[in-house]
Design a protein around this ligand. Sequence first.
Ligand code: AMP
Ligand code: GLY
Length: 426
Amino acid sequence: MKVLVVGSGGREHALAWKISQSKKVKKIFCAPGNAGTAKIAENKSIAANDIKGLKSFASKEKIDLTVVGPEEPLTLGIVDEFEEKGLKIFGPYKISAEIEGSKLFAKQFMKRHKIPTAEYRTAASADEARQIVRSGEIPYPVVIKADGLAGGKGVMICRNEIKAEEAIKTIMEEKKFGEAGNKILIEEFLRGKEASFIAVSDGVKLAPFVTTMDHKAVFDGDKGPNTGGMGAISPSPFISKDLFNEVVKDIMFPTITRLLEEGRKYKGVLYAGLMLTAEGPKVLEFNCRFGDPETQPQMLRMKSDIIDVFMAAINGNVLDKEIKWSNKASGCVVLTSGGYPTQYEKDKVIEGLEEVEDSKDCMIFHAGTKTKNSKYYTDGGRVLNVCATGKSLKEAMDRIYSSAAKVYFEAIHYRRDIGTTKEEQL
Ligand code: AMP
Ligand code: GLY
């Protein structure tokens, strides 16, 4: 088989790495990929949202399966376009990807079907938003969100009216997230531990993956602005077997089933970002794709051939028990360019990476990297993902941190507290 992986992050490197272990696969392409994917695949400089370019490449190259990493091409309808051309592709249709593409659609859908989520109001203008905030209908802190895609950064938790005003202004008047800020959501703040719940569906049945926990804030102790994710662990220490079953029964299945009933058959990855509240799990958001960095620790634990998982979703025969997982714990720490998620510099030489990449103790998935004169350079905010497995979460994290300490680039920043959640709960 020839497989095309769309995207250029740590998630796509991890997927390409797992795909490369399948005996069914003869050749992998990544578009556009990064310096890490270049070692196991052929990178093609086609942007992830250049659907036309990707489609003509896949036809010309007779690609047997395309796997899409990021949300943007999915919400733009890459799956519909590939299928129209008779090209096999893993991911949800445009109409189904709206579950991530529009937070408003997702909220209305959840309300319609009693899928547990935070209370919310919506506004189509800054003045309307101000009125809602002032009315006190949603008590402080309020969570203010841009409706559309904002790379995980369009969400602001506001403790008072001044902060709420700032958020409304940034999203709706300054249009920091562009068109994504045409509409706004004002949400009840939920307290609890977060978890990322990821499953593969064929539109009717679904197979949940092992659980993960992301660490979104940029600094230790969950301080600072939210990022796309600074590190992840698997399993989540906060999801018991009972809770796992509850999420499948009350959130994941109803979502797939109701989407099908609404004419939005959902095949691909459904990712529920959950808040585990005292009243039970509630959905913060849905994503229509794999998590980044959640995929990295998940791929380290997946024992099955991932091609079988993709094909089952496409062919309508997803079977829960068919995906085999290792019992080990795994983790991932993201090495970032200082200043991410706002302003940061690129083009810094990366030192010490070769030694770490050759060691058996850890696995490095690249994100924002490139090579120049056979040296690695930084090329993005999230640069490298240092990952490992262990008999315990602590063992995995010790391996990760001792490897991370050997890597250096100017202004490197990473969290030192990934996976320091209460281990006794594992
Ligand atoms: P979202 O993109 O909607 O998942 O939001 C990004 C992050 O903002 C989440 O992972 C949470 O950390 C936080 N967040 C979003 N909505 C809420 C909420 N209603 N209550 C508390 N935190 C939230
Ligand atoms: N790590 C969060 C996400 O993939 O959306």
